[in-house]
Design a protein around this ligand. Structure first.
Ligand code: NAP
Ligand code: MG
Length: 502
Protein backbone atom coordinates (compact mmCIF):
# COMPACT_ATOMS: atom_id res chain seq x y z
CA UNK A 1 0.00 0.00 0.00
CA UNK A 2 1.33 3.46 -0.90
CA UNK A 3 1.32 5.78 2.09
CA UNK A 4 -0.24 9.07 0.97
CA UNK A 5 0.64 12.20 2.86
CA UNK A 6 -1.03 14.92 0.80
CA UNK A 7 -4.18 13.91 -1.03
CA UNK A 8 -4.77 17.45 -2.28
CA UNK A 9 -1.74 17.14 -4.55
CA UNK A 10 -3.73 14.62 -6.61
CA UNK A 11 -6.65 17.03 -7.19
CA UNK A 12 -7.38 19.01 -10.31
CA UNK A 13 -7.38 22.79 -10.09
CA UNK A 14 -11.15 23.19 -9.59
CA UNK A 15 -11.39 20.73 -6.70
CA UNK A 16 -8.23 22.19 -5.13
CA UNK A 17 -9.74 25.70 -5.27
CA UNK A 18 -12.99 24.47 -3.76
CA UNK A 19 -11.23 23.09 -0.68
CA UNK A 20 -8.95 26.09 -0.23
CA UNK A 21 -11.67 28.12 1.54
CA UNK A 22 -13.93 27.63 4.52
CA UNK A 23 -17.21 26.47 2.98
CA UNK A 24 -20.41 28.31 3.85
CA UNK A 25 -24.02 27.13 3.98
CA UNK A 26 -26.78 27.84 1.45
CA UNK A 27 -29.78 29.63 2.93
CA UNK A 28 -32.34 31.55 0.84
CA UNK A 29 -30.08 31.57 -2.22
CA UNK A 30 -27.13 33.06 -0.37
CA UNK A 31 -23.89 31.57 0.97
CA UNK A 32 -23.72 32.47 4.64
CA UNK A 33 -21.70 31.69 7.78
CA UNK A 34 -23.40 30.08 10.76
CA UNK A 35 -25.14 32.38 13.25
CA UNK A 36 -22.80 31.11 15.99
CA UNK A 37 -19.72 31.64 13.79
CA UNK A 38 -18.72 28.02 14.51
CA UNK A 39 -17.09 25.73 11.98
CA UNK A 40 -16.08 22.08 11.92
CA UNK A 41 -13.32 20.30 10.00
CA UNK A 42 -13.92 17.67 7.37
CA UNK A 43 -11.30 14.95 7.34
CA UNK A 44 -9.51 13.06 4.56
CA UNK A 45 -9.94 9.39 5.50
CA UNK A 46 -6.86 8.34 3.49
CA UNK A 47 -4.56 10.42 5.71
CA UNK A 48 -6.59 11.51 8.75
CA UNK A 49 -5.72 15.15 8.03
CA UNK A 50 -8.07 18.12 7.73
CA UNK A 51 -9.31 18.90 4.21
CA UNK A 52 -11.02 22.18 5.01
CA UNK A 53 -13.42 23.79 7.48
CA UNK A 54 -17.15 24.01 6.99
CA UNK A 55 -19.63 26.36 8.69
CA UNK A 56 -21.49 24.45 11.37
CA UNK A 57 -25.26 24.80 11.26
CA UNK A 58 -27.29 24.57 14.45
CA UNK A 59 -30.83 25.36 15.58
CA UNK A 60 -30.76 29.06 14.55
CA UNK A 61 -29.41 28.30 11.07
CA UNK A 62 -31.95 25.50 10.60
CA UNK A 63 -34.65 27.99 11.67
CA UNK A 64 -33.55 30.51 9.02
CA UNK A 65 -33.34 27.81 6.35
CA UNK A 66 -36.77 26.39 7.19
CA UNK A 67 -38.38 29.83 7.05
CA UNK A 68 -36.70 30.52 3.69
CA UNK A 69 -38.07 27.21 2.41
CA UNK A 70 -41.51 28.06 3.83
CA UNK A 71 -41.55 31.46 2.05
CA UNK A 72 -40.43 29.86 -1.21
CA UNK A 73 -43.18 27.26 -0.88
CA UNK A 74 -46.01 29.71 -0.11
CA UNK A 75 -45.20 32.53 -2.44
CA UNK A 76 -42.94 33.59 -5.30
CA UNK A 77 -41.65 32.12 -8.55
CA UNK A 78 -41.45 28.44 -7.51
CA UNK A 79 -45.18 28.32 -6.70
CA UNK A 80 -46.13 29.90 -10.01
CA UNK A 81 -43.67 27.95 -12.11
CA UNK A 82 -45.27 25.88 -14.88
CA UNK A 83 -44.37 22.17 -14.89
CA UNK A 84 -42.33 22.34 -18.10
CA UNK A 85 -40.15 25.09 -16.60
CA UNK A 86 -39.50 22.94 -13.52
CA UNK A 87 -38.49 20.14 -15.88
CA UNK A 88 -36.06 22.42 -17.68
CA UNK A 89 -34.43 23.45 -14.38
CA UNK A 90 -33.93 19.81 -13.38
CA UNK A 91 -32.42 19.00 -16.78
CA UNK A 92 -30.19 22.05 -16.54
CA UNK A 93 -28.95 20.87 -13.15
CA UNK A 94 -28.25 17.38 -14.54
CA UNK A 95 -26.24 18.97 -17.36
CA UNK A 96 -24.23 21.06 -14.88
CA UNK A 97 -23.44 18.00 -12.76
CA UNK A 98 -22.26 16.25 -15.92
CA UNK A 99 -20.09 19.21 -16.93
CA UNK A 100 -18.47 19.19 -13.47
CA UNK A 101 -18.39 15.41 -13.01
CA UNK A 102 -14.64 15.12 -12.64
CA UNK A 103 -14.40 17.80 -9.98
CA UNK A 104 -17.33 16.28 -8.07
CA UNK A 105 -15.74 12.82 -8.26
CA UNK A 106 -12.48 14.19 -6.88
CA UNK A 107 -14.24 15.93 -4.02
CA UNK A 108 -16.17 12.73 -3.25
CA UNK A 109 -13.00 10.63 -3.30
CA UNK A 110 -11.24 13.12 -1.05
CA UNK A 111 -14.03 13.53 1.50
CA UNK A 112 -15.40 9.97 1.64
CA UNK A 113 -12.26 8.06 0.65
CA UNK A 114 -13.79 6.11 -2.23
CA UNK A 115 -12.23 5.33 -5.62
CA UNK A 116 -12.36 8.40 -7.85
CA UNK A 117 -13.14 6.54 -11.09
CA UNK A 118 -15.93 4.59 -9.43
CA UNK A 119 -17.26 7.78 -7.87
CA UNK A 120 -17.42 9.38 -11.31
CA UNK A 121 -19.11 6.38 -12.95
CA UNK A 122 -21.43 5.33 -10.13
CA UNK A 123 -22.05 8.15 -7.65
CA UNK A 124 -21.96 11.05 -10.07
CA UNK A 125 -23.26 9.01 -13.04
CA UNK A 126 -26.35 7.77 -11.22
CA UNK A 127 -26.92 11.23 -9.68
CA UNK A 128 -27.14 12.65 -13.22
CA UNK A 129 -29.52 9.84 -14.26
CA UNK A 130 -31.66 10.52 -11.21
CA UNK A 131 -32.09 14.22 -12.02
CA UNK A 132 -32.86 13.37 -15.67
CA UNK A 133 -35.40 10.68 -14.81
CA UNK A 134 -37.14 12.86 -12.21
CA UNK A 135 -37.11 15.82 -14.64
CA UNK A 136 -39.68 13.87 -16.66
CA UNK A 137 -42.31 13.87 -13.92
CA UNK A 138 -43.53 17.46 -13.34
CA UNK A 139 -45.70 17.46 -16.48
CA UNK A 140 -46.98 13.94 -15.80
CA UNK A 141 -48.14 14.04 -12.19
CA UNK A 142 -51.92 13.89 -12.42
CA UNK A 143 -54.95 13.25 -10.26
CA UNK A 144 -58.04 11.25 -11.23
CA UNK A 145 -61.61 12.02 -12.23
CA UNK A 146 -63.83 10.15 -9.77
CA UNK A 147 -67.12 8.42 -10.69
CA UNK A 148 -69.16 9.72 -7.69
CA UNK A 149 -72.46 8.17 -6.60
CA UNK A 150 -73.41 10.38 -3.58
CA UNK A 151 -76.36 8.18 -2.53
CA UNK A 152 -77.77 10.79 -0.16
CA UNK A 153 -78.43 13.22 -3.06
CA UNK A 154 -79.08 11.02 -6.11
CA UNK A 155 -80.81 13.80 -8.09
CA UNK A 156 -77.99 16.30 -7.69
CA UNK A 157 -75.06 16.60 -10.12
CA UNK A 158 -71.56 16.29 -8.65
CA UNK A 159 -68.14 16.33 -10.18
CA UNK A 160 -65.29 14.74 -8.21
CA UNK A 161 -61.57 14.73 -8.90
CA UNK A 162 -58.22 14.55 -7.11
CA UNK A 163 -55.24 16.89 -7.19
CA UNK A 164 -51.72 15.66 -6.45
CA UNK A 165 -50.07 18.47 -4.53
CA UNK A 166 -46.58 18.85 -3.07
CA UNK A 167 -46.22 18.06 0.64
CA UNK A 168 -44.53 21.38 1.50
CA UNK A 169 -41.24 22.02 3.29
CA UNK A 170 -39.18 18.82 3.36
CA UNK A 171 -36.32 18.19 5.79
CA UNK A 172 -33.84 15.76 4.28
CA UNK A 173 -31.13 14.08 6.36
CA UNK A 174 -28.58 11.92 4.57
CA UNK A 175 -25.56 9.70 5.35
CA UNK A 176 -21.93 9.70 4.25
CA UNK A 177 -21.65 6.52 2.17
CA UNK A 178 -22.86 8.00 -1.16
CA UNK A 179 -22.90 11.73 -0.34
CA UNK A 180 -23.80 13.27 -3.72
CA UNK A 181 -25.94 10.35 -4.85
CA UNK A 182 -28.01 10.58 -1.66
CA UNK A 183 -28.52 14.30 -2.37
CA UNK A 184 -29.81 13.38 -5.84
CA UNK A 185 -32.13 10.62 -4.58
CA UNK A 186 -33.62 13.06 -2.10
CA UNK A 187 -33.64 16.39 -3.97
CA UNK A 188 -34.63 15.32 -7.50
CA UNK A 189 -38.04 13.75 -6.73
CA UNK A 190 -38.88 16.35 -4.05
CA UNK A 191 -38.20 19.16 -6.55
CA UNK A 192 -40.02 17.38 -9.38
CA UNK A 193 -43.11 17.31 -7.14
CA UNK A 194 -42.82 21.06 -6.34
CA UNK A 195 -41.65 20.95 -2.71
CA UNK A 196 -39.01 23.12 -1.06
CA UNK A 197 -36.15 21.65 0.92
CA UNK A 198 -33.74 21.97 3.81
CA UNK A 199 -31.03 19.35 3.38
CA UNK A 200 -28.56 18.33 6.07
CA UNK A 201 -25.63 16.37 4.67
CA UNK A 202 -23.64 14.02 6.93
CA UNK A 203 -21.04 15.83 8.99
CA UNK A 204 -18.33 13.44 7.68
CA UNK A 205 -18.93 14.31 4.00
CA UNK A 206 -20.42 17.77 3.39
CA UNK A 207 -18.32 18.84 0.39
CA UNK A 208 -20.17 17.54 -2.68
CA UNK A 209 -23.54 18.64 -1.27
CA UNK A 210 -22.13 22.18 -0.99
CA UNK A 211 -20.69 22.09 -4.51
CA UNK A 212 -24.08 20.82 -5.71
CA UNK A 213 -25.63 23.83 -3.96
CA UNK A 214 -23.53 26.11 -6.18
CA UNK A 215 -24.76 24.24 -9.27
CA UNK A 216 -28.36 24.53 -8.05
CA UNK A 217 -27.90 28.32 -7.87
CA UNK A 218 -26.24 28.36 -11.30
CA UNK A 219 -29.10 26.31 -12.80
CA UNK A 220 -31.50 29.07 -11.73
CA UNK A 221 -33.66 27.51 -9.01
CA UNK A 222 -35.38 30.36 -7.14
CA UNK A 223 -33.96 31.45 -3.76
CA UNK A 224 -35.05 29.34 -0.80
CA UNK A 225 -36.20 26.33 -2.85
CA UNK A 226 -33.11 24.34 -1.82
CA UNK A 227 -31.27 25.19 1.40
CA UNK A 228 -28.22 23.21 2.50
CA UNK A 229 -27.13 23.31 6.13
CA UNK A 230 -24.18 21.16 7.17
CA UNK A 231 -23.90 20.31 10.85
CA UNK A 232 -24.12 17.52 13.38
CA UNK A 233 -27.03 15.12 13.66
CA UNK A 234 -27.77 15.71 17.34
CA UNK A 235 -27.91 19.52 16.83
CA UNK A 236 -28.81 20.53 13.26
CA UNK A 237 -30.50 17.22 12.42
CA UNK A 238 -32.53 17.21 15.62
CA UNK A 239 -33.56 20.86 15.10
CA UNK A 240 -34.78 20.06 11.59
CA UNK A 241 -36.79 17.09 12.86
CA UNK A 242 -38.39 19.18 15.61
CA UNK A 243 -39.16 22.33 13.58
CA UNK A 244 -42.93 22.92 13.38
CA UNK A 245 -42.73 24.43 9.87
CA UNK A 246 -41.25 21.25 8.39
CA UNK A 247 -43.99 19.11 6.84
CA UNK A 248 -42.01 15.97 6.24
CA UNK A 249 -38.67 14.35 7.10
CA UNK A 250 -36.98 12.07 4.57
CA UNK A 251 -34.14 10.18 6.25
CA UNK A 252 -31.45 7.75 5.17
CA UNK A 253 -29.10 6.31 7.78
CA UNK A 254 -29.01 3.89 10.68
CA UNK A 255 -32.11 2.18 12.06
CA UNK A 256 -31.12 3.47 15.49
CA UNK A 257 -31.26 7.15 14.45
CA UNK A 258 -34.31 6.44 12.26
CA UNK A 259 -36.22 5.43 15.38
CA UNK A 260 -35.19 8.61 17.22
CA UNK A 261 -36.35 10.73 14.28
CA UNK A 262 -39.65 8.87 13.86
CA UNK A 263 -40.43 9.36 17.57
CA UNK A 264 -39.54 13.05 17.45
CA UNK A 265 -41.50 13.64 14.23
CA UNK A 266 -44.60 12.04 15.78
CA UNK A 267 -44.96 15.01 18.15
CA UNK A 268 -45.89 17.32 15.29
CA UNK A 269 -47.32 14.48 13.13
CA UNK A 270 -44.76 15.15 10.41
CA UNK A 271 -44.77 12.69 7.59
CA UNK A 272 -41.64 10.55 7.52
CA UNK A 273 -39.95 8.24 5.08
CA UNK A 274 -37.09 6.04 6.22
CA UNK A 275 -34.35 4.25 4.33
CA UNK A 276 -32.41 2.43 7.05
CA UNK A 277 -29.85 -0.26 7.68
CA UNK A 278 -29.62 -3.78 6.36
CA UNK A 279 -27.96 -7.15 6.73
CA UNK A 280 -28.68 -8.48 3.29
CA UNK A 281 -28.21 -12.16 2.46
CA UNK A 282 -26.54 -13.46 -0.69
CA UNK A 283 -27.92 -16.98 -1.18
CA UNK A 284 -25.85 -19.36 -3.27
CA UNK A 285 -28.01 -22.25 -4.50
CA UNK A 286 -26.40 -25.68 -5.10
CA UNK A 287 -26.70 -25.20 -8.89
CA UNK A 288 -25.11 -21.70 -8.94
CA UNK A 289 -22.63 -20.79 -11.67
CA UNK A 290 -19.45 -20.15 -9.67
CA UNK A 291 -17.86 -18.11 -12.47
CA UNK A 292 -20.54 -15.49 -11.84
CA UNK A 293 -21.38 -16.11 -8.20
CA UNK A 294 -17.86 -15.85 -6.72
CA UNK A 295 -16.96 -12.42 -8.12
CA UNK A 296 -20.59 -11.37 -7.64
CA UNK A 297 -20.68 -12.26 -3.96
CA UNK A 298 -17.26 -10.63 -3.47
CA UNK A 299 -18.33 -7.33 -4.95
CA UNK A 300 -21.71 -7.55 -3.17
CA UNK A 301 -19.85 -6.98 0.09
CA UNK A 302 -16.62 -5.22 -0.92
CA UNK A 303 -18.10 -2.47 -3.11
CA UNK A 304 -17.63 0.90 -1.36
CA UNK A 305 -15.70 -0.92 1.42
CA UNK A 306 -18.92 -2.59 2.51
CA UNK A 307 -20.40 0.80 3.40
CA UNK A 308 -23.58 0.10 1.48
CA UNK A 309 -26.94 -0.28 3.18
CA UNK A 310 -27.86 -3.28 0.99
CA UNK A 311 -24.37 -4.88 0.96
CA UNK A 312 -24.41 -8.69 0.73
CA UNK A 313 -22.99 -9.10 4.23
CA UNK A 314 -24.39 -12.60 4.98
CA UNK A 315 -23.30 -15.22 2.50
CA UNK A 316 -25.03 -18.62 2.54
CA UNK A 317 -23.15 -21.37 0.71
CA UNK A 318 -24.31 -24.99 0.31
CA UNK A 319 -22.13 -27.92 1.40
CA UNK A 320 -21.36 -29.04 -2.14
CA UNK A 321 -19.81 -25.67 -3.09
CA UNK A 322 -18.44 -24.47 0.24
CA UNK A 323 -14.71 -25.19 -0.13
CA UNK A 324 -14.46 -24.07 -3.74
CA UNK A 325 -16.44 -20.95 -2.96
CA UNK A 326 -14.30 -19.90 0.00
CA UNK A 327 -11.14 -20.50 -1.95
CA UNK A 328 -12.36 -18.53 -4.96
CA UNK A 329 -13.65 -15.66 -2.88
CA UNK A 330 -10.45 -15.43 -0.83
CA UNK A 331 -8.42 -15.28 -4.02
CA UNK A 332 -10.72 -12.65 -5.49
CA UNK A 333 -10.69 -10.23 -2.57
CA UNK A 334 -7.14 -10.66 -1.36
CA UNK A 335 -5.86 -9.68 -4.81
CA UNK A 336 -7.47 -6.21 -4.65
CA UNK A 337 -5.03 -3.35 -4.19
CA UNK A 338 -5.48 -1.24 -1.08
CA UNK A 339 -4.86 2.51 -1.00
CA UNK A 340 -6.12 6.06 -1.53
CA UNK A 341 -9.21 6.42 -3.72
CA UNK A 342 -7.55 9.29 -5.57
CA UNK A 343 -5.45 6.65 -7.31
CA UNK A 344 -8.10 4.81 -9.36
CA UNK A 345 -6.00 1.60 -9.40
CA UNK A 346 -6.80 1.08 -5.73
CA UNK A 347 -9.99 -0.95 -5.36
CA UNK A 348 -9.98 -1.07 -1.56
CA UNK A 349 -10.09 2.40 -0.06
CA UNK A 350 -10.29 3.77 3.48
CA UNK A 351 -13.42 3.66 5.60
CA UNK A 352 -15.01 7.04 6.01
CA UNK A 353 -13.84 7.90 9.53
CA UNK A 354 -11.85 6.83 12.55
CA UNK A 355 -15.11 6.00 14.34
CA UNK A 356 -16.13 3.69 11.50
CA UNK A 357 -12.66 2.09 11.54
CA UNK A 358 -12.97 1.37 15.26
CA UNK A 359 -16.50 0.07 14.86
CA UNK A 360 -15.53 -2.36 12.11
CA UNK A 361 -12.36 -3.57 13.88
CA UNK A 362 -14.44 -4.10 17.01
CA UNK A 363 -16.90 -6.28 15.08
CA UNK A 364 -14.03 -8.36 13.68
CA UNK A 365 -12.83 -8.96 17.26
CA UNK A 366 -16.35 -9.88 18.33
CA UNK A 367 -16.55 -12.34 15.42
CA UNK A 368 -13.29 -14.00 16.57
CA UNK A 369 -14.59 -14.23 20.15
CA UNK A 370 -17.84 -15.73 18.92
CA UNK A 371 -15.89 -18.49 17.18
CA UNK A 372 -15.86 -17.36 13.55
CA UNK A 373 -12.69 -18.19 11.64
CA UNK A 374 -10.88 -15.34 9.89
CA UNK A 375 -10.10 -16.81 6.47
CA UNK A 376 -8.52 -13.67 5.05
CA UNK A 377 -8.04 -10.08 6.20
CA UNK A 378 -9.05 -9.18 9.72
CA UNK A 379 -6.50 -6.40 10.21
CA UNK A 380 -6.15 -2.68 9.86
CA UNK A 381 -3.72 -1.78 7.04
CA UNK A 382 -1.11 0.89 7.78
CA UNK A 383 -1.24 3.32 10.66
CA UNK A 384 -2.37 6.44 8.81
CA UNK A 385 -5.78 6.56 7.20
CA UNK A 386 -8.66 4.26 8.01
CA UNK A 387 -7.90 1.17 5.91
CA UNK A 388 -9.28 -2.28 6.78
CA UNK A 389 -8.34 -5.41 4.85
CA UNK A 390 -11.21 -7.16 3.06
CA UNK A 391 -12.24 -9.77 5.59
CA UNK A 392 -13.98 -13.14 5.43
CA UNK A 393 -15.43 -14.54 8.63
CA UNK A 394 -16.27 -18.19 7.97
CA UNK A 395 -18.14 -20.89 9.90
CA UNK A 396 -20.48 -18.24 11.30
CA UNK A 397 -23.86 -19.14 12.73
CA UNK A 398 -27.19 -17.41 12.86
CA UNK A 399 -27.08 -16.34 16.52
CA UNK A 400 -23.75 -14.49 16.30
CA UNK A 401 -23.72 -10.71 16.68
CA UNK A 402 -21.64 -10.39 13.49
CA UNK A 403 -24.44 -12.17 11.60
CA UNK A 404 -27.30 -10.21 13.16
CA UNK A 405 -25.88 -6.66 13.33
CA UNK A 406 -24.93 -4.28 10.55
CA UNK A 407 -21.12 -3.93 10.44
CA UNK A 408 -21.01 -1.49 7.51
CA UNK A 409 -17.49 -2.45 6.51
CA UNK A 410 -15.62 -4.90 4.23
CA UNK A 411 -16.54 -7.93 6.33
CA UNK A 412 -18.61 -10.87 5.09
CA UNK A 413 -20.01 -13.66 7.26
CA UNK A 414 -20.01 -16.96 5.40
CA UNK A 415 -22.36 -19.64 6.58
CA UNK A 416 -22.56 -23.22 5.37
CA UNK A 417 -25.95 -24.87 4.84
CA UNK A 418 -27.03 -28.40 3.97
CA UNK A 419 -30.78 -28.23 3.64
CA UNK A 420 -32.21 -26.11 0.81
CA UNK A 421 -35.62 -26.09 2.48
CA UNK A 422 -34.09 -24.08 5.38
CA UNK A 423 -32.61 -21.32 3.27
CA UNK A 424 -35.54 -18.91 3.25
CA UNK A 425 -35.81 -19.08 7.02
CA UNK A 426 -32.09 -18.34 7.43
CA UNK A 427 -32.21 -15.49 4.91
CA UNK A 428 -35.16 -13.85 6.68
CA UNK A 429 -33.79 -14.29 10.18
CA UNK A 430 -32.71 -10.70 11.03
CA UNK A 431 -34.57 -7.53 11.99
CA UNK A 432 -33.68 -6.08 8.57
CA UNK A 433 -35.20 -6.49 5.11
CA UNK A 434 -33.53 -4.19 2.62
CA UNK A 435 -32.00 -6.42 -0.07
CA UNK A 436 -31.20 -10.05 -0.91
CA UNK A 437 -29.63 -11.89 -3.79
CA UNK A 438 -30.22 -15.37 -5.12
CA UNK A 439 -27.59 -17.11 -7.23
CA UNK A 440 -29.01 -19.97 -9.32
CA UNK A 441 -29.43 -21.29 -12.85
CA UNK A 442 -32.82 -22.82 -12.11
CA UNK A 443 -35.84 -20.67 -12.92
CA UNK A 444 -37.91 -22.86 -10.59
CA UNK A 445 -35.78 -21.68 -7.64
CA UNK A 446 -36.40 -18.07 -8.64
CA UNK A 447 -40.16 -18.50 -8.93
CA UNK A 448 -40.42 -20.34 -5.61
CA UNK A 449 -37.96 -18.45 -3.42
CA UNK A 450 -38.25 -14.78 -4.45
CA UNK A 451 -41.81 -14.31 -3.12
CA UNK A 452 -40.79 -15.73 0.27
CA UNK A 453 -37.89 -13.35 0.85
CA UNK A 454 -38.72 -10.42 3.09
CA UNK A 455 -36.74 -7.68 1.38
CA UNK A 456 -37.49 -4.53 -0.62
CA UNK A 457 -35.19 -5.61 -3.47
CA UNK A 458 -34.29 -9.14 -4.57
CA UNK A 459 -31.54 -9.56 -7.14
CA UNK A 460 -31.00 -12.74 -9.12
CA UNK A 461 -27.43 -13.50 -10.24
CA UNK A 462 -26.40 -9.96 -9.35
CA UNK A 463 -26.33 -7.72 -6.27
CA UNK A 464 -26.30 -3.96 -5.56
CA UNK A 465 -27.71 -3.12 -9.00
CA UNK A 466 -29.70 0.07 -8.46
CA UNK A 467 -31.64 1.78 -11.20
CA UNK A 468 -33.61 4.98 -10.98
CA UNK A 469 -36.66 3.22 -12.47
CA UNK A 470 -36.59 0.59 -9.70
CA UNK A 471 -38.28 1.50 -6.39
CA UNK A 472 -35.87 1.10 -3.47
CA UNK A 473 -36.64 0.69 0.24
CA UNK A 474 -37.01 -1.66 3.13
CA UNK A 475 -39.21 -4.34 4.67
CA UNK A 476 -39.18 -4.73 8.47
CA UNK A 477 -36.72 -2.46 10.34
CA UNK A 478 -35.02 -1.39 7.11
CA UNK A 479 -37.59 1.36 6.84
CA UNK A 480 -40.72 2.48 5.04
CA UNK A 481 -41.53 4.29 1.83
CA UNK A 482 -39.95 3.64 -1.55
CA UNK A 483 -37.46 5.97 -3.18
CA UNK A 484 -36.93 6.09 -6.97
CA UNK A 485 -39.24 4.82 -9.71
CA UNK A 486 -42.72 6.24 -9.90
CA UNK A 487 -43.42 5.10 -6.34
CA UNK A 488 -41.29 7.96 -5.01
CA UNK A 489 -44.05 10.36 -6.06
CA UNK A 490 -46.06 8.97 -3.13
CA UNK A 491 -43.38 10.29 -0.77
CA UNK A 492 -43.41 13.84 -2.07
CA UNK A 493 -47.05 14.51 -3.01
CA UNK A 494 -50.32 14.43 -1.14
CA UNK A 495 -53.78 13.93 -2.55
CA UNK A 496 -56.56 16.47 -2.32
CA UNK A 497 -60.10 15.29 -3.14
CA UNK A 498 -62.33 17.93 -4.70
CA UNK A 499 -66.11 17.66 -4.91
CA UNK A 500 -68.15 20.20 -6.92
CA UNK A 501 -71.91 20.38 -6.69
CA UNK A 502 -73.37 21.73 -9.89
P1 NAP B 1 -26.51 7.91 11.26
O1 NAP B 1 -25.94 8.22 12.57
O2 NAP B 1 -27.85 7.29 11.19
O3 NAP B 1 -26.47 9.26 10.40
C1 NAP B 1 -27.22 9.53 9.25
C2 NAP B 1 -27.60 10.98 9.23
O4 NAP B 1 -28.42 11.28 10.36
C3 NAP B 1 -26.41 11.92 9.36
O5 NAP B 1 -26.65 13.07 8.58
C4 NAP B 1 -26.40 12.25 10.82
O6 NAP B 1 -25.73 13.44 11.09
C5 NAP B 1 -27.88 12.36 11.11
N1 NAP B 1 -28.25 12.22 12.51
C6 NAP B 1 -27.60 11.56 13.50
N2 NAP B 1 -28.28 11.68 14.66
C7 NAP B 1 -29.38 12.42 14.42
C8 NAP B 1 -30.48 12.89 15.21
N3 NAP B 1 -30.57 12.61 16.51
N4 NAP B 1 -31.43 13.63 14.63
C9 NAP B 1 -31.37 13.91 13.33
N5 NAP B 1 -30.36 13.52 12.52
C10 NAP B 1 -29.37 12.77 13.05
O7 NAP B 1 -25.55 6.99 10.48
P2 NAP B 1 -23.97 7.13 10.44
O8 NAP B 1 -23.37 7.59 11.72
O9 NAP B 1 -23.70 7.91 9.25
O10 NAP B 1 -23.60 5.62 10.25
C11 NAP B 1 -23.84 4.72 11.32
C12 NAP B 1 -24.51 3.49 10.80
O11 NAP B 1 -25.66 3.83 10.02
C13 NAP B 1 -23.68 2.71 9.82
O12 NAP B 1 -22.71 1.95 10.42
C14 NAP B 1 -24.75 1.93 9.14
O13 NAP B 1 -25.14 0.87 9.94
C15 NAP B 1 -25.88 2.88 9.03
N6 NAP B 1 -25.98 3.54 7.72
C16 NAP B 1 -26.97 3.18 6.88
C17 NAP B 1 -27.09 3.79 5.65
C18 NAP B 1 -28.17 3.47 4.69
O14 NAP B 1 -28.08 3.89 3.55
N7 NAP B 1 -29.20 2.77 5.07
C19 NAP B 1 -26.17 4.75 5.28
C20 NAP B 1 -25.16 5.12 6.16
C21 NAP B 1 -25.10 4.52 7.38
P3 NAP B 1 -24.15 13.46 11.44
O15 NAP B 1 -23.49 12.45 10.57
O16 NAP B 1 -23.74 14.81 11.11
O17 NAP B 1 -24.07 13.14 12.89
MG1 MG C 1 -14.65 13.86 5.39
Amino acid sequence: MDAVTDSKAALGEKARNFVSNTRKMLIDGKWVSSVSGKTFSTIDPATGSVITDVCEGDKEDIGLAVMAARRAFEDGPWVKMIPSHRERLLHRLADLIEENAEELAELEALDNGKNKAIAQAVDIGIAIETFRYMAGWPSKITGDVLPLSVPIAPDQDFFGYTLREPVGVIGQIIPWNFPLLMCAWKLAPALACGNTIVLKPAEETPLTALRLGELICEAGFPDGVVNIVPGYGHTAGAALTAHPEVDKIAFTGSTEVGKIIAREAADSMKKVSMELGGKSPAIIMPDADLEIAIPGAASAIMFNQGQVCCAGSRLYVPDNLYDAFLEGMTENISSLSIGSGLNPENMVNPLVSEIQLERVMNYIDIGRQEGASVVTGGKRRGDTGYFVEPTILAETSQDMKVVQEEIFGPVVCVQRYSDVSEIVKLANDTIYGLGASLWTRDVGNIVKIVPKIKAGTVWVNCHNILDVAMPFGGFKQSGYGRELGKEVLELYTQTKSVCIMA
